[in-house]
Design a binder for this molecule. Structure first.
Ligand code: F6P
Length: 549
């Protein structure tokens, strides 16, 4: 099947949607006291409750049939066995190999990649022991207290999010910083926060050609050499690299001994499990990093071996597809009720939008149905006091994931209890809404006049019927975080299959990069040489005039 749109199941789902769209979740819950039991899954430290979704058993049955029709199981095996499923780049997609704990080999071009995976993990372990035990010293003999990861996109968002999420596991005397933006402010502010003689810079770039990363790294290198009075030898004590491109690392001036390798079969946005996770390892230690990998491995096994009916990432994917392609939902909300998970929405934004933001199918044809959603979010309860108004009473349908730990790392008075009360209340409110009768009764009790009640009634009632998943996790630990991230990765993979697109390339980021390179030359020389539209030309000319003032 080249397009899900051509499948008779698409028509069946469309027909089914017509009846579902008339049903209210309130009534579905009312008519079936078993709804929660039917539509929730307990797995390890997770409770995945998807009962507050606009579906019935028939919906799921049709969606599972569609999953079978796209040969989901066979496609999962293709990924796990190293087949080159990234068709436009002719690459395997093997982030699962980075956390493979099965002891089984995984082959790419007849070569078992597990040997090199283990070798690099060993190198990361030894290096982290040296740094964390203060064996490794800076050029002036001081121990390393500041880690600065310089990278962008997949070489930044994953480690940044994980380090933040696992703060309670962080080394008490090591601070970790991230520099990604080419805006000099990013690096300048981090340089103010560190002592250069106690800083290790990790230059993280899969290609080692990314302009932002290399510029930031060059500037940091210059600052370090200046700090040490022109001693270029200081660089080898304060700079390491993570990359697939040894030559470029060497050309930059980093000794390949201080390079941590990964491979082209690891996509940038799926790379936190590779040496790109070096900043994580230095911060939380190798044992905790291994736990993160183990958690992801458990989720991989669940994804690979569990029937679709009990398979968390498969169900997550099918629900996203259901809302996007039948309800016309264009966005997807991620609301972690845990401050440590505050960067999860940013991280997932790249994962979803770079993977499935595609309009051409695997056969190179233009697609006429909606693909990847616009993903956004913020931690609860902050979101409740800003954008939740739109979720409750606006005109958009925003399916969303609410994520919360049962146990907090910071049991301050009754904070966690209040936090979780809000977590439960929001999904219930979104689902139930508030009928005009309920609002009327409330206002009558408050002794409002009949006229006032009539006037306010439409404003104060809530339609409800707004879907959400609730993901309750015993505690945010390296292991549970690993599982959670892997669930999202696999859900994205399944959605890519449903839409018949390649989730593993990202050609869409190239055009802007090419144009910026041309314009940079024009800004530096002060004159326009290439053709621009009159808006871009006007903006550049204005900049050139004003920046000379
Ligand atoms: O521009 C997008 C992108 O290619 C991402 O896919 C990637 O994660 C990021 O840039 C960084 O790339 P690199 O690790 O090669 O510097």
């Amino acid at each position: 099947m080249n397009s899900p749109f051509n499948s008779p199941l698409w028509n069946a789902l469309e027909e089914h949607y017509k009846s579902i769209s008339q049903l209210h979740l309130r009534d579905l819950f009312h008519s079936d006291p078993q709804r929660f039991t039917k539509f929730s899954i307990c797995w390890n430290e997770f409770l995945f409750d998807y009962s507050k979704n606009r579906l019935t058993e028939k919906t799921l049955s049709l969606l599972f049939q569609l999953a079978n029709e796209i040969n989901l199981s066979e496609n999962i095996e293709k990924m796990f066995s190293g087949q080159k499923i990234n068709l436009t780049e002719n690459r395997s997609v093997l982030h699962i190999a980075l956390r493979n704990r099965s002891g089984q080999p995984i082959y790419v071009d007849g070569h078992n990649v597990m040997d090199e995976v283990k070798k690099v993990l060993e190198k990361m372990k030894n290096f982290s022991l040296d740094i964390r035990s203060q064996q490794w010293r800076g050029y002036s003999g001081k121990p390393i207290k500041y880690i600065v990861n310089i990278g962008i996109g997949g070489s930044d968002l994953g480690p940044r999010m994980v380090c933040r999420a696992l703060t309670p596991y962080g080394h008490k005397e090591i601070k970790v910083h991230f520099v990604s933006n080419i805006d000099g402010t990013d690096l300048a502010e981090v340089l103010k926060a560190v002592e250069l003689d106690q800083t290790l810079f990790i230059v993280s770039s899969k290609t080692f050609t990314t302009k932002e990363t290399l510029t930031n790294a060059q500037t940091a290198r210059k600052k370090l050499i200046e700090y040490f009075g022109g001693e270029t030898k200081a660089v080898e004590k304060h700079f390491v690299a993570v990359s697939t491109n040894e030559k470029a690392v060497k050309d930059f001036g980093i000794n390949p001994i201080n390079m941590f390798e990964f491979w082209d079969w690891v996509g940038g946005r799926f790379s936190l499990w590779s040496a790109i996770g070096l900043s994580i390892v230095l911060y939380i230690g190798m044992e905790n990093f291994e736990e993160l990998l183990y958690g992801a491995y458990l989720a991989d096994e669940h994804f690979r071996n569990t029937p679709f009916e009990k398979n968390i990432p498969v169900i997550m994917a099918l629900l996203g597809f259901w809302y996007g392609n039948f309800f016309g939902a264009e966005t997807y909300g991620i609301f972690p009720y845990d401050q440590y998970l505050e960067l999860l929405p940013n991280y997932l934004q790249q994962l979803y939008m770079e993977s499935n933001g595609k309009r051409i199918n695997k056969e190179g044809k233009l697609i006429h149905y909606q693909t990847g959603p616009i993903l956004w979010g913020n931690p609860g309860t902050n979101g409740q006091h800003s954008f939740f108004q739109l979720l409750h009473q606006g005109t958009h349908l925003v399916p969303s994931d609410f994520i919360a730990p049962i146990e907090t790392h910071n049991p301050l008075d009754n904070h966690h209890l209040i936090l979780l009360s809000n977590f439960f209340a929001q999904t219930e409110a979104l689902m139930k809404g508030k009928t005009e009768e309920e609002v009327k009764e409330e206002m009558e009790k408050a002794n409002l006049s009949a006229d006032e009640i009539k006037r306010l009634l439409p404003h104060r009632s809530f339609p409800g019927n707004r879907p959400s998943n609730s993901i309750l996790i015993t505690k945010i630990t390296p292991k549970t975080l690993g599982s959670l991230i892997a669930f999202y990765e696999h859900s994205i993979f399944v959605q890519g299959l449903l839409w018949n697109i390649n989730s593993f390339d990202q050609w869409g980021v190239e055009l802007g990069k090419q144009l910026a390179t041309k314009i940079e030359k024009e800004l530096a020389s002060g004159s326009l040489v290439s053709e621009h539209d009159c808006s871009t030309k006007g903006l550049i000319e204005h900049y050139l005039r004003e920046s000379r003032v």
